[in-house]
Write a protein that binds this ligand. Structure first.
Ligand code: ZN
Length: 275
C-alpha cells in the first residue's frame, strides 16, 4: 500500500522504452562505485552507518534489506546524469528510486534515504568544474533536505515550488541562497505555473554552469497524496522551458505517485528534448 513502490520505475521504464526507441538507456555504475567521500559531501558519517541498521527511520521511511545500496545506486545515477549534462550538454534523466530531496545530512525521512541531488550538486562543484550549480525543485513537496544541505554554501542556488500547507511543512520563506514559492492546496494551474516560471527565472538569473532538477510529478491533479492541480501538459511546459533556457541540465526523479506517472515523465522529457 506504500505509494513509493517499484512499479513507479518499472512501469515508467516500460512506457518510455516503447514510446521512444531512439532514446539512449544507461545502467549507472553499481553502488560500490559511489565512494564514501562522495556521500560525505552531503551526509554525516553517523547517517551512513545508520542506513545499515535494520530499524525504521520514520513511518514513511522504513528500513528495507539493502536500502543503503538501493539509495547508493540512485546517487550513482544522479552523478552520471550530472556528468552527462556537463560533458554533452544534452538532456539526461535519472529514472531511479528511492527519491532523495527530503533526506538531510543526518536523517532519512519522507521516502528518502540519501539526498542524491544535493550530493550531485556538491560533486559537480568540487569534481566536475561547475562553479555555479542551481537546483530547481518542482516536486509538490518542499525539498527540505536539499535546502538544509546547500544553505549558505557559496556557488549554489536552491529554488523550490511546493504545496503549503503540506509535507514536510518547511519552505515558507526565502533566505540566503534558498528561494521558496509555497503554493496553497487547490491553487489554479495558471497560478502554480506562474510560480514555477518565476522560480526558473531565478535559476536562469543565477547564471549556473549546471542545473539539477528535482523532478517530482506529484503536483499532478490526480496524484493520491497531494492537493494540487497540474495536468500532463503543464509538465510538458516545464520541459519546454528548461530546454529553452539553454542551460546544461540533468533531472532526477523525486516523487509522483499516480498511475499516470509514466505519461507525465514522458510529457516532461519529450518537451525538454524537442523544445
Ligand atoms: Zn513529493
Amino acid at each position: 500500500m506504500r505509494p513509493e513502490q517499484p512499479a513507479r520505475v518499472t512501469r515508467s521504464a516500460a512506457h518510455l522504452r516503447a514510446a521512444h526507441p531512439d532514446w539512449t538507456w544507461r545502467v549507472p555504475p553499481p553502488a560500490p562505485a559511489v565512494t564514501e567521500a562522495t556521500l560525505l559531501l552531503a551526509h554525516t558519517p553517523a547517517h551512513l552507518k545508520r542506513l545499515a541498521q535494520p530499524r525504521d527511520f520514520d513511518a514513511d521511511t522504513p528500513f528495507f534489506p539493502g536500502i543503503g545500496d538501493h539509495a547508493r545506486r540512485a546517487v550513482s545515477a544522479a552523478l552520471a546524469a550530472a556528468e552527462h549534462a556537463l560533458a554533452q550538454r544534452t538532456p539526461a534523466f535519472s529514472l531511479m528510486r528511492p527519491p532523495g530531496h527530503h533526506a538531510t545530512a543526518g536523517q532519512a525521512m519522507g521516502f528518502c534515504y540519501l539526498n542524491q541531488i544535493a550530493i550531485a550538486a556538491l560533486h559537480a562543484r568540487r569534481e566536475l568544474g561547475a562553479a555555479r550549480v542551481a537546483v530547481w525543485d518542482f516536486d509538490a513537496h518542499h525539498g527540505n533536505g536539499t535546502e538544509a544541505i546547500l544553505r549558505s554554501r557559496e556557488g549554489f542556488l536552491f529554488a523550490s515550488v511546493h504545496q503549503y500547507p503540506g509535507y514536510p511543512g518547511t519552505g515558507t520563506a526565502s533566505f540566503e541562497n534558498c528561494r521558496n514559492w509555497p503554493v496553497a492546496p487547490h491553487t489554479s494551474r495558471a497560478a502554480h505555473l506562474a510560480a514555477l516560471r518565476e522560480s526558473l527565472d531565478a535559476v536562469v538569473a543565477f547564471a549556473p554552469d549546471l542545473v539539477l532538477v528535482s523532478a517530482g510529478f506529484d503536483a499532478y491533479a490526480r496524484d493520491p497524496i497531494t492537493e494540487m492541480t497540474l495536468e500532463e501538459n503543464d509538465f510538458a511546459t516545464l520541459g519546454r522551458w528548461l530546454g529553452a533556457s539553454g542551460l546544461p541540465a540533468a533531472a532526477i526523479l523525486e516523487g509522483g505517485y499516480s498511475g499516470d506517472l509514466p505519461v507525465l515523465i514522458d510529457a516532461f522529457l519529450s518537451a525538454w528534448v524537442g523544445h
